[in-house]
Design a protein around this ligand. Structure first.
Ligand SMILES: C[S@@+](CC[C@H](N)C(=O)[O-])C[C@H]1O[C@@H](n2cnc3c(N)ncnc32)[C@H](O)[C@@H]1O
Length: 449
């Protein structure tokens, strides 16, 4: 089999992400599964693809600095080749400068031959002048500084500064450009956290319990999830600690009837079933029938029998054919995903403030539609993996102002040991720089009347 070149493959993937707005992960997974890259080249390909997407804002700032503000006018392939070369020069210390430059020139010779000399000149200049590079002034223009230094779109930095102030927004921006940790949730229907961690230790996998979530384990060793002991036997599921906590805060009980209104791919639905000791019913609804198959597959792997799936639009009040009302409802709403851009960094370059406003309208419609399906005394947990107030507190405040029969429950009072995770109003807000988790939001609403 012919060996693939990891830089050429990275260029091909990044070009598809740019051109088609395709998510990198499935394309990368397909490339890796073809088996044309071996050992360190597999790691280099993953590093290049995710590294360039995470640091794209910084890399384009560098292109502008060393190529006379031309980043927006360059042919797309040339821009992506420069991003790849600059990423190797500025963020990877194990690649010699000569290799980073020469390999980039070779990519240019194949993809845009007339630009090969230009690529060579810019990369050599960037290497020569890296010490004298000047960033935007932090005091006078903190938005430009944070956007360039930590690689985020300006509008997002502006929102974070409004929410947190400049110093903390910078901490958040820095941590949002790092690689996210790999966290799993132990399937307590089949094992315990202690037993599984002992199995990991015996296999030489370094891992530690999560700080807040009782069934979470953070994997410290570099390891492929499917190669971890217990994966095929369903002893765990991959789930960030923040997502585990959101499901926990719904507090489902064995025997109850739960609606998970936007359930695919099933991270929370399967955890709800686990917390219910596989007794009762979880109706897992999603607008995508295709994605619901992932919920069913996960349930089978984890040994869960109480999840029923239904493909439906949760914003249509009569979607759920069953006339009954539910004891609890989880609305893990479709959102901008701006809290998980460490995992899907391409998303931050695609999303706009208009997308946030459009999603907020959908979130509001779904929450309104679900309210009548909850029994009196029951609880709705509304959650998103977004940091935006418009998708979070904004939705809750709007809903409460129009629905006098609901109250916001104070999570500080319900979970006093986890006070560091809640705002003064008692909603859950996790942040990567504060809690080493994804950016997540959850609010618990009780129907009193
Ligand atoms: C944040 S994801 C849910 C993640 C899931 N709860 C988990 O923990 O694995 C949002 C889901 O909402 C679904 N969705 C979007 N609009 C919907 C609608 N109107 N009704 C039902 N599901 C919808 C999407 O297909 C997507 O699977």
């Amino acid at each position: 089999m012919t060996r693939a070149n990891p830089r050429q493959t990275a260029l091909d993937i990044l070009m598809r992400v740019e051109r088609d707005r395709a998510f990198a992960e499935p394309i990368l997974d397909r490339e890796l599964s073809r088996g044309t890259l071996a050992g360190p080249d597999r790691g280099l390909l993953t590093e290049l693809v995710y590294g360039v997407l995470r640091r794209q804002g910084t890399l384009d700032f560098l292109v502008d600095a060393f190529a006379a503000n031309r980043s927006t006018r360059l042919e797309r392939a040339v821009l992506v080749i420069l991003r790849l070369g600059l990423y190797q020069l500025f963020f990877l210390d194990r690649i010699p400068v000569s290799a980073a430059v020469n390999e980039s020139v070779n990519l240019a010779k194949a993809a845009a031959p007339r630009a090969a000399g230009f690529v060579n000149a810019i990369l050599r200049r960037a290497d020569r002048e890296r010490q004298s590079l000047s960033w935007p002034d932090r005091e006078n223009d903190p938005v430009a500084y944070i956007a360039a230094r930590h690689s985020h779109p300006r509008w997002l930095v502006e929102r974070w500064i409004e929410q947190l102030g400049v110093p903390e927004a910078e901490e958040l921006a820095a941590s949002m450009s790092e690689q996210a940790p790999l966290t799993i949730r132990v399937n307590t229907l089949k094992t315990t956290r202690e037993t599984l961690m002992a199995e990991f230790a015996a296999a030489g996998i370094a891992a530690e319990p999560t700080s807040w979530a009782p069934h979470g384990v953070r994997i410290i060793s570099k390891a492929a999830v499917t190669a971890l002991p217990g994966f095929s036997g369903g002893l765990f599921a991959v789930q960030d600690e923040s997502s585990q906590l959101a499901a926990l805060f719904l507090d489902p009980k064995p025997g109850e009837s739960i609606l998970d209104a936007c359930a695919a791919p099933g991270g929370k639905a399967t955890y709800l079933a686990q917390l219910m000791e596989n007794q009762g019913e979880v109706l897992a609804c999603d607008i995508s029938a295709k994605k619901l198959r992932l919920v069913a597959e996960a349930a089978t792997r984890l040994g869960i029998g109480i999840i029923r799936t239904i493909a439906a639009d949760a914003a249509k009040p009569d979607v759920i054919p069953d006339e009954s009302v539910f004891d609890r409802i989880l609305l893990d709403a479709p959102c901008s995903g701006l809290g998980v851009i460490r995992r899907n960094p391409e998303g931050k370059w695609w999303k706009t403030p208009e997308d946030v406003a459009r999603l907020a309208a959908t979130q509001r419609n779904i929450l309104d539609a679900l309210a009548p399906r909850l029994r009196t005394g029951g609880v709705i947990l509304y959650s998103t993996c977004s940091t935006m107030e418009a998708e979070n507190e904004g939705i809750i405040d709007d809903f409460l102002s129009r629905n006098g029969g609901f109250v916001l429950e104070d999570l500080n009072a319900l979970y006093p040991d986890a006070a560091g995770l809640f705002t003064s109003r008692g909603v859950f807000r996790s942040w990567p720089h504060r809690h080493s988790m994804d950016g997540f939001f959850a609010a618990r609403l009780r129907k009193c009347l």
